[in-house]
Ligand binder design. Structure first.
Ligand SMILES: *[C@@H]1O[C@H](CO)[C@@H](O)[C@H](O)[C@H]1NC(C)=O
Ligand SMILES: *[C@@H]1O[C@H](CO)[C@@H](O)[C@H](O)[C@H]1NC(C)=O
Ligand SMILES: *[C@@H]1O[C@H](CO)[C@@H](O)[C@H](O)[C@H]1NC(C)=O
Ligand SMILES: *[C@@H]1O[C@H](CO)[C@@H](O)[C@H](O)[C@H]1NC(C)=O
Length: 409
């Protein structure tokens, strides 16, 4: 009796902790972000190739709208660091760079919204941004209101230059100011990255998922196969720690895609997009959209692949390591074609520099139905029908991936 009274009051005073529910990012956000390729992009006179300005941002919106990216799910266009003047104005507000963004951010937001797309911006939780522009510390309310007035739909908040204690409170506070504006803004936090890799502590993912829609776990991507490989290995090794916080409204974020930067072979490109899709990661391009190769575009607009990345269940694919550098990733999704049972995707990933023969029995990975038909995600060919006992044996070339979706028959 006493115990149940105690239990009752416990429940009364400590309601079950819920994740941030602002109705946003029910699927992993897809889009484009300036940092990876353009970085600061302030030297528009001498380095026209990497100029972060209004013209660039509008041109990305046009590309999304005209070239099929929007239909494939690409939606958010995000301006990263270095967009403002070096000083706030007399009223303490951030001011967009007068030369590069002469018509201000509201103009850009309106243009993007007219195309049916969404607009994202950046700030840092400290006094200055990572690149030394004014940061939001001491201005959370002013900045949140201003982003809302400009029509911002997504805010990336970096975590340079502050203590661990401050990170653990400031992200919560800023999130409350964003909420108070009444404008829905996807809240992208770099919080756990800084806790783990700058302050060498364990991130409190429960708290992060309670206050953020997505968060960076690991180092900034750079444009090399080596970087992609190390990101993939990192997510594989941290699956147990992070997968339970991953799902609709809350996403682990391995950072931007490096398509359009001429840094991968076609097979490495397949591995890059296949693993990020299996992870149900946010998919943010960062490149001159004109430099995306025809094959990269085919991958980005492969609707069977994007359906895996954007599946409404939002399950982070689970890695099973078969041998050194050979991993099977498994990801269940909602029934796709009116089936009674879930369909399931398998990605056989070979990070090694030589070909490997892989054999696996799909029925051992939690399938519910008895018969499945196997589709190759890249060629869209239906290869064969299998039962739960059947084993599939296949050669996976060096630094490549074989990807199947199994539909119940
Ligand atoms: C603010 O938070 C409440 C409670 O979680 C939520 O229902 C609402 O959608 C949020 N509003 C915005 C604009 O984020
Ligand atoms: C850009 O070029 C001008 C004129 O050639 C030069 O004076 C200036 O220092 C250059 N700026 C940078 C950042 O290199
Ligand atoms: C099998 O069924 C269970 C419960 O109905 C479900 O949670 C799970 O996702 C299903 N698995 C697959 C691979 O369809
Ligand atoms: C799989 O089975 C379905 C239904 O029986 C059949 O229509 C289809 O041709 C089969 N596919 C293959 C590749 O054997």
């Amino acid at each position: 009796m006493l115990a149940s009274v105690f239990l009752f009051s416990f429940l009364l005073y400590f309601p079950i902790v819920e994740n941030l529910d602002n109705g946003l990012a029910r699927k992993p956000p897809m889009g484009w972000m300036s940092w990876g390729y353009y970085m600061c992009g302030v030297d528009c006179k001498n380095n026209t190739e990497k100029c972060l300005d209004e013209k660039l941002i509008l041109s990305v919106a046009d590309k999304f709208y005209e070239d099929g990216y929007q239909e494939a799910g690409f939606e958010y266009i995000i301006i990263d660091d270095c967009w403002s003047q070096k000083k706030r104005d007399a009223l303490g507000r951030l001011v967009p760079d007068k030369d590069r963004f002469p018509r201000g951010m509201k103009f850009i937001a309106d243009y993007i919204h007219k195309r049916g797309l969404k607009f994202g911006m950046y700030t840092n939780i400290a006094d200055v941004t990572c690149m030394g522009y004014p940061g939001s510390r001491g201005h959370f309310q002013t900045d949140a209101k201003m982003f809302a007035e400009w029509g911002v739909d997504y805010l990336k908040v970096d975590g340079c230059f502050v203590t661990e204690e401050y990170l653990n409170t400031a992200y919560i506070k800023l999130g409350m100011h964003l909420n108070a504006t009444g404008r829905p803004m996807v809240y992208s936090c770099s919080w756990p990255y800084y806790i783990e890799f700058i302050h060498h502590k364990k991130p409190d993912y429960k708290s992060v998922a309670k206050y953020c829609n997505m968060w960076r776990n690991y180092h900034d991507v750079v444009t090399s196969w080596h970087a992609i490989k190390s990101i993939i290995i990192h997510y594989q090794m941290s699956y147990d720690e992070i997968h339970e916080y991953h799902g609709p409204g809350q996403w682990n974020d391995p950072d931007m895609l490096i398509f359009g930067t001429n840094s991968l072979t076609d097979s490495q490109r397949r591995v890059h997009i296949a693993v990020y899709s299996m992870l149900a990661s946010p998919l943010l391009l960062s490149c001159d959209m004109n430099n995306i190769t025809p094959y990269e575009r085919e991958l980005l607009q492969n609707l069977d692949l994007m359906a895996i990345a954007q599946d409404p269940l939002g399950i982070m694919g689970r890695p099973y390591q078969l041998q050194h550098l050979i991993t099977i990733w498994v990801k269940p999704h909602l029934p796709r074609k009116g089936d009674m049972y879930n369909s399931v995707s398998f990605a056989l990933v070979n990070l090694d520099e030589i070909e490997h023969s892989v054999s696996f029995t799909p029925g051992r990975y939690g399938l519910n139905s008895t018969d499945y038909t196997v589709m190759d995600v890249f060629t869209k060919v239906f290869l064969r029908n299998i039962t739960l006992k059947d084993t599939i044996k296949i050669n996976v070339p060096a630094e490549d991936v074989i990807m199947y979706t199994l539909y119940p028959l």
